[in-house]
Design a protein around this ligand. Structure first.
Ligand SMILES: NC(=O)c1ccc[n+]([C@@H]2O[C@H](COP(=O)([O-])OP(=O)(O)OC[C@H]3O[C@@H](n4cnc5c(N)ncnc54)[C@H](O)[C@@H]3O)[C@@H](O)[C@H]2O)c1
Length: 260
């Protein structure tokens, strides 16, 4: 028996990176996985590989999210697990989301629509089904970028802080219905997109973590699996850092230590 045997799992942004690793992991552990993505062609490749199904959706479009939830419930009768993973990521976003002064209103609104409003809407549409079926597990994607400040990525980081807050509200309002809602805050994770955009990033990221290596998509997928499974039955409203100790360590101090 797999750790999520027979569950119906919806993974948004499942066509690439962390979402793809999650889709693979949940399928390996017995879930029926729906891979939802704006890039349907790539979602189909993942779905075919894991024996799941691919559905198109756009996280910035409320009707599209409502239709996605309806399609999953229509086909499977319920939704047990949702990994709200899709977000505004990639070179376009990274290089135009700067300081508070530099960040455009357009970028701010786009980041909130993609990263926060989408999760609010997904919960809004899916919760009634989960409640009706006695519960479920929602796993939202935050980031260590939402747990601290930095010189840039103001919009992105603020959306991820909002995801942490929204996660607690869902848990507080629907815990008694059997719904658990938790978030994951990854550090730098070595996705293909990140490697293509900033080839030297893994080397730089290694300096900032306590672990002897940088994070891989599977590291996040394993935490999603734990939060989706009954092993986390008493965990609710929490945000887990999966960052190789990046937030627990101060690189400057470590440098001084090694200079001794
Ligand atoms: N990679 C990291 O270092 C890192 C660190 C912290 C948090 N995260 C978070 O992890 C999640 C996944 O990131 P990733 O690095 O795997 O990214 P990725 O670019 O590899 O994958 C993102 C997926 O989301 C899809 N997507 C993007 N916009 C969409 C939209 N509007 N509607 C539907 N699908 C859309 C893309 O097509 C893609 O398949 C994001 O929430 C991101 O903020 C990533």
């Amino acid at each position: 028996m797999g750790r999520v045997e027979g569950r119906i799992a919806l993974v948004t942004g499942g066509a690439a990176g962390i979402g793809r690793a999650t889709a693979r992991t949940l399928a390996r552990e017995g879930a029926s996985v729906v891979v939802a993505d704006i890039d349907l062609d790539r979602a189909k490749v993942v779905a075919e590989e894991i024996g799941g199904e691919a559905l198109h959706f756009d996280a910035t479009d409320a009707e599209s999210i409502e239709a996605l939830v309806a399609a999953v419930v229509d086909r499977h009768g319920r939704i047990d697990v949702i990994h709200n993973n899709a977000a505004l990521v990639g070179p376009d976003a990274w290089f135009t989301d700067g300081s508070v002064i530099d960040t455009s209103l357009e970028m701010w609104d786009r980041a909130f629509a993609t990263n926060v409003r989408s999760i609010f809407l997904m919960c809004k549409f899916a919760l009634p089904h989960m409640v009706r079926n006695g519960g479920g597990s929602i796993i939202n994607m935050a980031s260590v970028g939402g747990l601290r400040g930095s010189p840039a990525l103001t919009a992105y980081g603020t959306t991820k802080a909002a995801v942490v807050g929204l996660t607690r509200f869902v848990a507080a309002q629907h815990g008694k219905d059997g719904v658990r809602c938790n978030a994951i805050a990854p550090g730098v994770i070595r996705t293909q997109q990140l490697l293509d955009a900033v080839p030297e990033l893994p080397v730089r990221a290694l300096e900032g973590v306590a672990s002897p290596r940088v994070g891989e998509p599977e590291d996040i997928a394993n935490m999603v699996l734990f939060l989706a499974s009954d092993e986390s039955a008493f965990v609710n409203g929490e945000t887990y850092r999966v960052d190789g100790g990046a937030m627990a360590t101060a690189p400057a101090n470590r440098t001084l230590e090694t200079q001794k």
